[in-house]
Design a binder for this molecule. Sequence first.
Ligand code: URA
Length: 226
Amino acid sequence: MTAVTLKPACAAQSDNHVLLAPNNQLHSSMTLLRNKETSHRDFVLAFQKVAAQLVAKALDFVPVEVETIVTPTGTSYTGCKQTAKVCGISILRAGASLEDAFRNAYNGPVSFGKLLIQRDEETALPKYLYSKFPSGMSQSIVFLLEPMLATGGSICKAVELVMERGVPESNIVIVNVMSSRFALSVVADRFPQLKIVTAAIDETLNSQKFIEPGLGDFGDRFYCTD
Ligand code: URA
């Protein structure tokens, strides 16, 4: 099948890299996520608000076609409908946190896949452990759900695995809460046609490869496991 041409959601970093436009609601939600004193419950609630904005922006990459309908006043209205097949692939475990927002936001059916990639402690390289991809993924716009991009290693592996199954690079959109500047450049150099939508870009990675200022271990804070 021919690749669908995806339009940029807004001009922020570049056509392919979208940083959510600053707004007070987003900033205060991100401040709650970053604050180490935020309770588990408030962390999850703040995350849901960020996720709703992120996913709405990411779904702007889904092409639409004109649809004319009639309103209850009997008036014809020219609107649009999202037509492409869409799937979300959660990079486990943190990526699964974005599934609800994605399911709630899309005006059509969404299928979900899972991908487990872990860092090999001996080689420090990302190691593929498990995947379950939706059938028809190669004809879909694929949203890779990954809240944190620190070194870019795991996400590059994930993109590679999805492309090996026939998805064109230009049909892949990464949905990300926070990225290091380093990870963004790694991903952009390797996959220039890939789309990334993110809520925050931080400048530093510490010696343990955590993003700084960052928000700590996303999975532990979201799933309350630390
Ligand atoms: N994953 C996290 O959860 N936090 C980071 O800072 C980096 C990767």
